[in-house]
Design a binder for this molecule. Structure first.
Ligand SMILES: CC(C)(COP(=O)(O)OP(=O)(O)OC[C@H]1O[C@@H](n2cnc3c(N)ncnc32)[C@H](O)[C@@H]1OP(=O)(O)O)[C@@H](O)C(=O)NCCC(=O)NCCS
Length: 164
């Protein structure tokens, strides 16, 4: 498996990983899948030097993706970025999620990011465990903050401070 920057040609594979979670789970509180043009705009909004999107590539097949996304448009928050990690359902449990998240942690300082934030749906045990294993600490819980698929859900905030 190699981790490399995402390219526009990867967007259909990224969508094939992310869209089922948008439509069928609460691990993301997005509810509407992006159009192809919206996916292209999303990638353009992630400049590689600042807020990169990476893919995990196994012999030419994209099996997962991860990104740094601006936490806030207010410049005073520029040191903080939100992490996202998604692995194709058929390729979970093989270490790809850990590798992608560790890669985000490793490259973040070179992107000017020294605070990583994860917002994780409260019952998403694999994600909570993945972030804890990558050194993220639980900050708190936003109780009953989200609602999707007929469920009201908590969201756990986890952070990793890189210059502590
Ligand atoms: C969470 C997710 C990214 C983990 O990726 P993965 O490649 O399956 O995970 P890995 O094989 O790299 O496992 C790394 C660690 O994560 C945790 N983990 C992964 N799957 C787990 C599971 N089913 N149950 C509990 N812990 C799990 C473990 O701590 C594991 O370390 P270990 O193998 O030493 O026990 C993947 O399950 C996924 O894409 N889930 C849906 C999307 C999602 O929830 N994304 C996060 C949004 S905030």
């Amino acid at each position: 498996m190699v981790i490399r920057l995402a390219e526009p040609a990867d967007l259909p594979a990224i969508a094939a990983i992310y869209d089922p979670e948008v439509l069928g789970s609460t691990v993301t509180l997005e509810t509407v899948v992006r159009s192809p043009e919206e996916y292209r705009a999303w990638l353009r909004a992630h400049p590689p030097a600042r807020h990169p999107v990476f893919v995990a590539d196994v012999a030419g097949q994209v099996v997962g993706w991860a990104s740094l996304t601006a936490f806030s448009p207010r410049p005073g928050y520029d040191r903080c970025a939100e992490v996202s990690v998604y692995i194709h359902a058929a390729h979970r449990g093989c270490g790809h999620g850990r590798a992608l998240l560790q890669h985000l942690v490793a490259v973040a300082p070179s992107c000017g990011v020294l605070h990583l934030l994860a917002r994780i749906e409260g019952s998403a045990k694999p994600s909570l465990a993945l972030h804890a294993a990558a050194g993220f600490e639980r900050v708190g819980t936003l109780r009953r903050v989200g609602e999707k698929l007929g469920r009201v859900v908590d969201v756990v905030l986890m952070e990793r401070v890189l210059d502590a």
